[in-house]
Design a protein around this ligand. Sequence first.
Ligand code: FES
Length: 169
Amino acid sequence: MREIVTRREFLSNAWKTGFVLVGVAGAVTSWDLLQPLKTTGFGGKVRAIPAEAVPEVGVIDIPAARAYLVRLNGEIVALSEKCTHLGCRVPYCPTSNQFECPCHGSDFNRAGEYRAGPAPRGMDHYPVEIDENGMIFIDTSEKIDGPPRGAETINEPVSGPSCSSGEEA
Ligand code: FES
């Protein structure tokens, strides 16, 4: 036997369904807003660039993280721009393919390993995460000490003139 629904019952059920849908949408929105932000500025996780955009050679400057991204033997590494001597910003010199501190002359290879000058160790680095979409996040809340002075682990000798002196390095 077919049940007959009155107009009053139909409208009542429609209103109840509408209230439930609005409640669910509100709960989902609230839940989403309460989640911690995935990215923050320097001092937290900084959204960088897609991993595929990091080249095999050279470096990528990520100013928001005050860090450089380099690819070394297929692995992506984030190097702190801050010199381990007295904290000057260390620029990358494309002609010599090394980092050269303008303050007191410390040099580091593309892996951030110590080469010359008063710096006590290689360049510090930050943990790197790559999300499910291939985006790189640099965790600037956790600085890891650079490697001690010693043998270089990459075979990339100085490739040309130094940027700081203009001389052949
Ligand atoms: S601050 Fe870089 S060598 Fe002194």
